[in-house]
Design a protein around this ligand. Structure first.
Ligand code: DX5
Ligand code: ZN
Length: 217
């Protein structure tokens, strides 16, 4: 069954716990937390203290997506703050430090994911695939919620699915950006296991119905 990871970037931060309980009760498996530093992406969102507070407030699986430069500097802090999965970008560091960051998350006993932006080829993941729990394919340029799904990324999702089959079959494949019931179907057909959805979930009144529409697309 496809897992759904609602992105709190589109939630109402003044009503955060109520919004989170809505998606938990709506059956979402993961909770997607977008961390942005104003360098790797042209936007600033939330950081470590928010993850710490959310850890105390919910037992949901915290899927933390770091859109920050040189993530190896911070991954342990996010693990200690209570992330269950820490995903960072392949483009955000040199290979040696990406390997270091993967190792650091592992040492904390947490799951580790690697993400690629739309212009990064699938093949760049190959050296890391045996070491990670999840690949996150971006289907928008990272930085903002509410953007349109980039249909030209579908072949890349299929290519990553094939590579996962070859190098690490237990690795999950997550897709993030512009996911709604229509684009969810395309992602699932291309082999996605986990779908992130911000606006398509939080900008609707009936979050449970929105989650089910995406899951059953
Ligand atoms: C974008 C973030 C996404 C974003 C998705 O940089 O990584 O997680 O919140 O939002 P929607 O689903 O609205 O495209
Ligand atoms: Zn994200």
């Amino acid at each position: 069954m496809t897992k759904i990871s609602p992105s709190i970037l589109s939630a109402d931060f003044a009503e955060l716990i109520s919004d989170i309980n809505d998606v938990k009760n709506g059956g979402a498996e993961y909770l997607h937390i977008d961390v942005m530093d104003g360098n790797f992406v042209p936007n600033i969102s939330i950081g470590i203290p928010v993850v710490e507070s959310l850890r105390r407030a919910t037992d949901m699986f915290l899927d933390v997506h770091l859109m920050i430069d040189r993530p190896h500097r911070y991954v342990k802090k996010f693990c200690k703050a209570g992330a269950d999965l820490v995903t960072f970008h392949l483009e955000a560091d040199q290979p040696q430090d990406i390997f270091e960051a993967i190792k650091a998350v592992r040492e904390c006993g947490k799951k580790v994911g690697l993400s690629i932006k739309p212009r990064t080829p699938a093949e760049t993941l190959i050296p890391y695939l045996p070491l990670i729990d999840l690949v996150l394919v971006m289907t928008v340029e990272p930085g903002f919620g509410g953007q349109s799904f980039m249909h030209d990324q579908i072949p890349k999702i299929s290519a990553v699915r094939e590579m996962i089959g070859k190098f690490n079959p237990s690795c999950e494949l997550e897709v993030d950006g512009g996911v709604d019931p229509a684009t969810a179907k395309l992602c699932k057909d291309a082999g996605a296991d986990v779908l992130v959805a911000g606006s398509a979930v939080f900008k609707t009144k009936d979050r449970k119905a929105a989650i089910e529409a995406i899951r059953n697309a």
